[in-house]
Design a protein around this ligand. Structure first.
Ligand SMILES: *Cc1c(COP(=O)(O)O)cnc(C)c1O
Length: 231
């Protein structure tokens, strides 16, 4: 890699993202404090996460349970107020580890997973915030419940499984205007009485905030380009 950012770069990037978030929130007539930043640290080593922690950031996102288990337990010991979000697909056989480590699971996307989460929450007594991932573009290769099935799944998560459901999450198709997908996610949340919307990444978080995002998940705009591509 030729463009590994320095400690100062990362702090500057973080300040820049936060300033852009606050500016767009204000211009959209929203309260900046109502939009939280999840710093997506996947593929970046723990030392890089420490730099971002030193700059004051406390919420992080990882997309793989295994990788997060290697990086975050020590960081959480040192920073009890650190909050970790799972933003990638969760296999049923990793539910126990995920509930032990993560403070929010943003990728609840199928009935079987909802049932295992409920069972493991009852066993462990830990109840991480849950977000349902909606496959707003109905892309076959992408995780998430289909929009047409979202209302029934939301009801099942609440009534059948009793999950601590906070909101919805989406990852729009790369080749389409993200705004259509942000608007769809907002509408599904509105009609189901859900107040939290996790949407927007490095390339489109400002647009997402205009469409009501309460959480934006930003990786490369803070940490620099990832050392290897993600599938
Ligand atoms: C990697 C990832 C992000 C961050 O992407 P950037 O473009 O680097 O900001 C956000 N959300 C999810 C689900 C991701 O996997």
């Amino acid at each position: 890699m030729t463009d590994v950012p320095t400690q100062d770069d990362v702090a500057v990037n973080l300040a820049d993202v936060k300033a852009r978030m606050a500016a767009v929130a204000k211009s959209a007539g929203r309260v900046p404090a109502d939009v939280a930043l999840v710093a997506v640290s996947k593929t970046h080593p723990a030392e890089r996460v420490r730099i971002v922690l030193a700059a004051g950031q406390r919420v992080f996102g990882e997309n793989r349970v295994q990788e997060a288990m290697a990086k975050f337990p020590a960081l959480k010991d040192q920073h009890p107020d650190l909050r970790l979000h799972l933003i990638g697909p969760l296999q049923s056989n990793k539910v126990k580890e995920a509930i032990a480590l993560f403070d929010a699971i943003e990728s609840v996307d199928r009935p079987k997973l909802a049932a295992s989460l409920a069972e493991q929450m009852a066993k462990s007594g830990r109840r991480p915030d849950c977000y349902i991932q909606v496959n707003t573009g109905a892309e076959p290769q992408k995780a998430g419940i289909l929009p047409a099935e979202a209302d029934a799944f939301i009801r099942a998560c609440r009534e059948t499984h009793g999950l601590p459901l906070k909101g919805l999450m989406c990852i729009p198709p790369v080749e389409e205007a993200a705004s259509i997908h942000f608007a769809l996610l907002r509408e599904i949340a509105r009609r189901n009485g859900l107040s939290k919307l996790s949407m927007g990444m490095s390339g489109d978080f400002e647009e997402a905030i205009r469409f009501g995002a309460t959480l934006v998940r930003v990786g490369s705009a803070i940490f620099g380009a990832r050392p290897r591509p993600q599938e």
